[in-house]
Design a protein around this ligand. Structure first.
Ligand SMILES: Nc1ncnc2c1ncn2[C@@H]1O[C@H](COP(=O)(O)OP(=O)(O)O)[C@@H](O)[C@H]1O
Ligand SMILES: [Mg+2]
Length: 453
């Protein structure tokens, strides 16, 4: 920089020196008075030097500064500005350079913000994402993608996708995206500790001339969806299975009755009673299925009214009394008469029937069933306790599932639909309450229900 400034100065100084020497030589022709010559030359020198200084300060220096500022801007330092006291056209140049610098710095700031926003979105998106250029090099992988495959960015970025992606379906999806230049869908299963299902979507990226520039691959977690789909399939299979047994039995016995000449009245009666029992079972099953489907309707709402628990228990026990007597089970109720809370009447009745039916069902002859209710601060707490066969610990978390039975063979014979507790849980949850169970095999089972007040 110093060199650049010095060069013109030396050049101009030499020119001035030349002018002075020439004018000195001319002057000396006209006069012999050396003092006058020296004085004139000195004045001439001073005037020329002042002119040089003026030109230098007014034009050369600002241009130099402008060049330096532009150099800084080119290098990416958008905070560089030009400062020089100038007027006229130079002042307008200075203003324009500073304006350019300001626009550039604003532009780069906005660009930075956009880039930051984009990377925040990419990083926080729930799906795995990977960006590949048209040659197949990976440019970007987001956090979720790394999480799915348990690797780091260094394992992917800068490599060809077919060298570092282990899954063949991912290769195929990228290849087809590039080949057909349109979105391609597939799915993969990844087994780490658990099985995870992903929908894989490949999407091509084009530039403004519609040329393929690369593609993105998105891995969307559909494990939950798969689970729901499985549950739905299982449910349909279970319902069909539950329906099949009584229908087969009804058909078999009625065909026998129709086709064979059964003279023995007792045998005929026996067959008819089986048909009767099985049709009752069918009716119960359909009833429970309808109840579940009603509870599951999205707009299903509970119609709250004042419910008196002791009245409900009295009603329910009239229906169940016959079973209590048959099995000689002692039934004890400890519920305050004035216990009234807001709930759906038919639903509370259904809960009590289902729980008491189970308690009686799974309690051997001579046992005991107790109902206890307490008005707690936030909840009405209802306890149904029996001294029955109990539920093994490993089954406790599953008994609220549809059609789950601890002892499959035995329970089906005892007549339950396998839906009783699923219905109870559903109703309790619709009331924003909760249900808990504790049990010990051969000691008994206790259900706790909490209705919010
Ligand atoms: N009080 C209880 N004591 C022992 N086991 C029970 C009790 N209540 C429920 N269970 C177990 O939970 C399973 C599911 O109950 P539930 O949904 O009412 O179906 P179901 O009674 O029709 O079999 C029952 O099959 C039984 O194994
Ligand atoms: Mg039951």
């Amino acid at each position: 920089m110093r060199q650049l400034t010095l060069k013109p100065i030396i050049r101009y100084a030499l020119i001035i020196l030349l002018i002075i020497i020439i004018s000195g030589l001319i002057f000396i022709q006209f006069t012999n008075n050396y003092i006058v010559v020296v004085l004139v030359l000195l004045t001439e020198y001073l005037i020329l030097m002042m002119m040089l200084h003026y030109v230098f300060d007014k034009y050369v220096k600002p241009i130099k500064k402008a060049t330096d500022t532009l150099d800084e801007l080119v290098k990416g330092n958008f905070s560089a500005r030009m400062h020089h006291p100038v007027t006229g056209s130079m002042a307008s140049l200075l203003m324009k350079i500073n304006k350019l610098a300001r626009s550039l710095s604003e532009l780069s700031f906005n660009e930075k913000i956009h880039a930051e926003q984009l990377s925040t979105v990419i990083e926080n998106i729930q799906s795995g994402l990977i960006l590949v250029d048209e040659k197949g090099y990976i440019h970007l992988v987001n956090k979720n993608f790394l999480h799915i495959f348990g690797k780091t960015e260094k394992d992917y970025v800068g490599y060809l996708y077919y060298d570092v992606l282990e899954n063949d379906t991912l290769h195929k999806t990228i290849q087809q995206t590039f080949l057909y230049e349109q979105n391609v869908k597939d799915s993969i299963i990844i087994s780490n500790q658990t099985k995870q299902y992903f929908e894989v979507i490949g999407a091509p990226i084009f530039d403004d001339r519609n040329m393929l520039k690369g593609g993105i691959l998105v891995l969307y977690d559909i494990t939950e969806l798969k689970k729901l789909e499985r549950m739905r399939k299982d449910f349909v299979a279970n319902v069909s299975h539950e329906l099949k047994t009584p229908i087969t039995s009804i058909r078999g016995f009625s065909e026998t009755l129709l086709e064979e000449d059964i003279n023995d009245k007792d045998t005929a009666r026996h067959f008819l009673s089986i048909i009767n029992e099985e049709s009752k079972r069918l009716q119960m099953l359909i009833q429970d299925l309808l109840t579940l489907s009603r509870l599951e309707k999205e707009d299903s709402q509970v119609r709250l009214s004042k419910v008196n628990l002791i009245k409900i228990i009295e009603e329910v026990i009239q229906v169940l009394n016959i079973h209590l007597e048959q099995k000689e089970i002692a039934f004890k109720v400890n519920v305050p008469k004035e216990l009234i809370f807001m709930a759906e009447l038919t639903s509370v009745k259904q809960i009590m029937i289902n729980l008491l039916e189970n308690a009686i069902h799974y309690t051997p002859k001579g046992g005991e069933v107790r109902i206890h209710a307490v008005d707690e601060e936030e909840f009405i707490h209802i306890i149904v306790k029996d001294t029955g066969i109990g539920i093994p610990a490993e089954s406790l978390s599953r008994i609220f599932e549809r059609f789950y039975r601890v002892d499959k063979a035995r329970s089906r014979n005892t007549g339950g639909t396998g839906l009783g507790l699923a219905i109870v849980k559903h109703i309790v949850e619709l009331h924003q309450g909760k249900i808990e169970v504790e049990s010990e095999v051969d000691v008994g089972t206790t259900f706790h229900i909490y209705f919010p007040k």
